[in-house]
Design a binder for this molecule. Structure first.
Ligand code: ATP
Ligand code: MG
Length: 504
């Protein structure tokens, strides 16, 4: 890809994009939120047309790429939001749109044989008969990879594939990627995690604000150099952990039961306490009930049995609005459907929950300049880009949209902040600032309930950690006793604490 340009209206997403991928290499593409990584790769996969520049595949210029042409040219892409159909089986998903036919019926026999070949070759551990809603995130990702392979992919693009994986699952993904590479496939790996990038890449390309910065070989670089290339300064992620001055309980959950999206995500009798001035981290593999649990606490899902108290007040099954009013702030994991109103601007989203407060309202009229000033302040503090408060959030990159939600939720006073995956998909500079903001929130005396699939995040922020597995608490410990290994084990369901055993 050479001299690529791409605008979305006013926004120059890519000004000068260059990227070259060799046969049989793993090539990481890194850069801050909004640098243009996803846009570059969506152009390579034919989802967006390029405005200028040239794309060559196998030495040949390809014009007017579409996903169909891209697939014909051996290009496959695994998006961060998987595009699998929940009601269909794994096998049906893999062959969807490419079904082998026997007369007018689908030849499932042949399809199964063909798919199984790839599964065996790469030791993927996929069960073809299961429905998508019965499999784990890691498995869904392997299904997406198989899907590209069965369509003949020689180039596989993975956009932030490890953001949703446990360390164990990430390790397995890397083994698969290594095997694919050995077979001569070329891999594009987008990630914000430099330790992964340093572990798996042959070469690394860096983008900054739509510009190509450079390409380095793994042996010739270091995380420090890569960070400098990405943002022009050094970043220290090991924020000093501030000790908790835990006070009174602000959140008390007693024997909570609720329904689940899946069998393993039903909540079965969870009890938990968060005190003011402490961060309690909930670790667990995605889909083990974390989302359902948080929905129940925040009024989005009906509590079937049990009680929730916020600052001593019974908030069980109250409305979302009443719970917010009682002092619960929430950074939801799904910023697209719950966190943001995508058709509104940054500034409108920033005040969405506090319209009736000064300095935003003057009687019944909204105070326009107050709103804009407030927005500008938060945009600066959180380094939200683009900086124009009138930007419609629909058009923002994943990480920047997330920053808007975080900015809003930590800027309203409350008793308890629930932060679900607060730094998912956010770049290293923003991770640094969001994490130190969460610590500030705690030092100011709020209780923080942190849900994260990122163990490093759980470990670096939490004072206490509970691990959820299949809708129950599999174990809990103080941060000092925890490490990636013992947490990882609990997350997989090992060592479940039984009734009567001591819990913190
Ligand atoms: N469909 C779109 N419409 C308008 N603007 C867009 C669109 N897609 C991306 N942009 C803008 O293009 C720029 C690059 O976005 P892109 O998603 O490529 O960034 P990224 O490097 O993948 O960031 P992240 O790490 O946050 O995913 C951003 O400023 C974004 O707001
Ligand atoms: Mg992206």
């Amino acid at each position: 890809m050479c001299g690529i340009q791409k605008c979305f209206g006013e926004v120059k997403a890519v000004r000068n994009g260059n990227f070259n991928l060799k046969k049989g290499e793993i090539h990481s593409l890194i850069g801050e939120n909004g640098a243009g990584k996803s846009t570059m790769m969506k152009m390579l996969y034919g989802m967006y047309a390029i405005d200028a520049g040239e794309i060559k595949v196998g030495g040949q210029v390809v014009e007017h790429l579409t996903p169909k042409i891209a697939i014909d040219r051996g290009i496959g892409m695994v998006h961060q939001e998987f595009m699998l159909v929940n009601e269909l089986t794994v096998l049906e998903n893999i062959i969807l749109g490419f079904e082998p036919r026997k007369g007018i019926t689908i030849d499932f026999e042949k399809a199964r044989e063909n798919v199984q070949k790839y599964i065996d070759q790469y030791q993927m551990d996929i069960q073809l008969n299961k429905k998508i809603n019965q499999i784990t995130v890691g498995e869904a990702q392997r299904v997406e990879i198989i899907k590209t392979l069965t369509r003949g992919a020689e180039i596989i693009i993975l956009d932030e594939p490890t953001a949703v994986l446990t360390p164990q699952e990430a390790r397995r993904l890397f083994e698969i990627l290594e095997n694919l590479k050995q077979d001569g496939k070329s891999i594009v790996f987008i990630s914000h995690k430099l330790n992964e990038v340093m572990q798996i890449s042959d070469r690394i390309s860096v983008m900054r604000q739509g510009e190509y910065i450079g390409t380095v070989k793994k042996e010739d670089t270091s995380p420090v150099q890569l960070t400098k290339m990405m943002i022009g300064r050094e970043v220290f992620l090991n924020i000093e952990h501030k000790k908790a001055k835990a006070g009174v309980p602000v959140l008390k959950v007693e024997e909570l039961w609720t329904s689940g999206e899946k069998e393993i995500s039903k909540i079965r009798g969870i009890s938990l306490e968060v005190k003011s001035g402490e961060i309690v981290g909930i670790a667990g593999i995605d889909g083990n009930g974390q989302s359902e649990f948080i929905e129940a606490l925040t009024g989005l899902r009906k509590i079937e049995k049990g009680k929730v108290f916020l600052d001593g007040k019974d908030i069980t099954n109250l409305s979302v609005k009443k719970i917010r009013k009682a002092g619960m702030n929430h950074i939801p994991e799904d910023r697209n459907t719950r966190g943001l109103n995508r058709s509104l601007s940054i500034k409108e989203n920033l005040i969405a929950v506090q319209l009736d407060k000064k300095p935003f309202s003057k009687g019944i009229l909204l105070n326009e300049s107050g709103i804009t000033e407030h927005a500008k302040e938060l945009i600066k503090k959180f380094d939200i880009r683009p900086q124009n408060p009138d930007t419609i959030t629909q058009s923002m990159s994943g990480g920047n949209a997330q920053k808007v939600v975080v900015a809003r939720e930590v800027s309203v006073a409350g008793k308890l902040l629930i932060a679900s995956q607060p730094t998912r998909g956010v770049d290293i500079g923003a991770i640094e600032s969001i994490r130190s903001i969460l610590q500030d929130v705690k030092t100011k005396g709020l209780g923080v309930l942190l849900v994260s699939a990122d163990l490093e995040e759980i470990l670096s922020l939490s004072d206490r950690i509970v691990v959820m597995h299949e809708g129950e608490i599999a174990g809990s410990m103080y941060a000092e006793e925890a490490n990636e290994e013992n947490l990882g084990l609990l997350m997989m369901g090992g060592n479940k604490v039984r009734e009567g055993e001591e819990k913190h």
